[in-house]
Design a protein around this ligand. Structure first.
Ligand SMILES: Cc1cc2nc3c(=O)[nH]c(=O)nc-3n(C[C@H](O)[C@H](O)[C@H](O)COP(=O)(O)OP(=O)(O)OC[C@H]3O[C@@H](n4cnc5c(N)ncnc54)[C@H](O)[C@@H]3O)c2cc1C
Length: 386
């Protein structure tokens, strides 16, 4: 059954984390006071300067070994830091992918040279990564990727196309999932991960703009781009195992349910003088839902603090599914309870936040695994009874 191996009794956060929470809050308060960022819902702003400040405080690569720029702190500490950054809607997109996904992948599969090259720079908030997995005909069915790398002397020639590559136009490098041997009966075989520095000869990055014209993601084209052997991540042919091994980390964090929290705070703030029964029930229900998903997410972080790589991919799928729907429910509740006209350029902060949350709504239930795929994973596990 789901979460059976998870210890929910150990969820009182260690005392010293209150101090960490306080420090992050103080930092964010001061940054806001200085006008370094404003609350902005959606995909998180890309702000290299802000990421450098976060890195200089030791809040990137928190759990990593000290020799690679980390602090060897627990996943629970990372959880607390992340909660505070998200609650403030801080602009953390520049370092986010590298902190959450790329770093742990280097620690598990990278060579010593790769770790030395990238990890300290990531931890300083100075090196950013993009993820090159999705393709025009390979999203949910990721194993069908067609971007391919052919062996040549000293490396690989990479050809193909990726799509929806978040921040690839600003990243220093990209993990590319590609086929290194022809499609066989088992399509999970013959896949590999290559590290491609950006920009590189043979790599073209073209923008895809959002509805509101913001530039977040891209199409990335590889035209026989040369990737040296030392830029293979892990083992050739083991790409599928490698990319799926980080799913629990990728899908279970507070970023899967906290994106509309500033809107929830704003709702409570507006209601506080005159909440009617409907408002009280709605806010109470949302609060209970938030508390439940947070406990589940925290339980997974707690397991990661005990074990390097617990097998919690299904539990994480559940957190992401419940969490991303909670985010949508917050937006719907605001529209139902308050008389607001959503507008991304509105002067009124609440109207602006509702506008941003409305544009953002379809995103969170798609990226990192769609609702249907997540529910399929959970259903299979329930069916199997394990
Ligand atoms: C904001 C954002 C950022 C992103 N950033 C990145 C990035 O940096 N790098 C990257 O590689 N990708 C990125 N993606 C892509 C994302 O991972 C894919 O969009 C996602 O995996 C879905 O793939 P797709 O868009 O091809 O949809 P499809 O897989 O074509 O799915 C279309 C619909 O069919 C449903 N469906 C598909 N298969 C099944 C099935 N077996 N059973 C039931 N229903 C099914 C899906 O749930 C969905 O509703 C990003 C996406 C978004 C929205």
């Amino acid at each position: 059954m789901l979460f059976t191996s998870t210890d929910f009794s150990a969820l009182d956060l260690p005392e010293h984390l209150s101090q960490v929470r306080h420090e992050v809050r103080e930092f964010l308060h001061e940054e806001r006071r200085q006008g370094s960022f404003r609350v902005h819902l959606g995909h998180g702003e890309f702000d290299a300067e802000f990421s450098r400040k976060v890195g200089s405080r030791g809040w990137i690569g928190v759990t990593w070994p000290k020799k690679y720029g980390g602090r060897e702190a627990s996943y629970l500490e990372r959880f607390v830091i992340t909660e505070e950054l998200l609650a403030a809607a801080a602009p953390i997109s520049a370092h986010w992918i590298a902190d959450r996904q790329t770093g742990p992948s280097f620690l598990r599969f990278g060579t010593e040279a790769q770790r030395q090259k990238y990890l300290p720079a990531i931890a300083k908030g100075e090196c950013y990564f993009a993820i090159g997995m999705s393709e025009p005909n390979s999203g949910s069915d990721l194993a069908s990727v067609r971007t391919r790398a052919d062996k040549v002397s000293g490396g690989w020639k990479l050809s193909g196309q990726k799509v929806w590559s978040s921040w690839a136009h600003k990243a220093h490098a990209m993990f590319v999932l590609c086929r290194t041997s022809p499609l066989a009966e088992n399509k999970h075989e013959g896949l590999s991960q290559l590290i491609v520095d950006l920009p590189s000869p043979g790599v073209t990055i073209r923008p895809i703009n959002f509805l509101n014209n913001e530039h977040h993601f891209n199409e990335v084209f590889f035209d026989e781009a040369f990737v040296p052997d030392e830029m293979v991540l892990g083992e050739i042919g083991q790409g599928w195992r490698q990319v799926t091994s980080e799913l629990a980390l990728e899908r279970s964090g507070p970023e899967r349910y906290m994106n509309t929290l500033p809107l929830f705070f704003a709702l409570i703030d507006r209601l506080k003088t005159s909440p009617d029964r409907m408002a009280r029930v709605t806010v109470g229900t949302l609060l209970a839902r938030f508390a439940s998903v947070r406990v589940m997410s925290l339980a997974i972080a707690s397991e990661f603090s005990r074990e390097t790589s617990p097998n919690l991919a299904t539990e994480a799928a559940l957190v992401k599914d419940i969490g991303t729907h909670f985010e949508r429910e917050v937006t719907e509740a605001v529209k139902m309870l308050l008389d607001v006209t959503p507008g991304v350029d509105a002067d009124d902060e609440l109207e602006r936040l509702v506008g941003e949350a409305t544009i953002f709504a379809p995103i969170s239930t798609i990226r990192g695994g769609t609702t249907q795929i997540l529910r399929g994973i959970v259903a299979k596990r329930l069916e199997g009874g394990v």
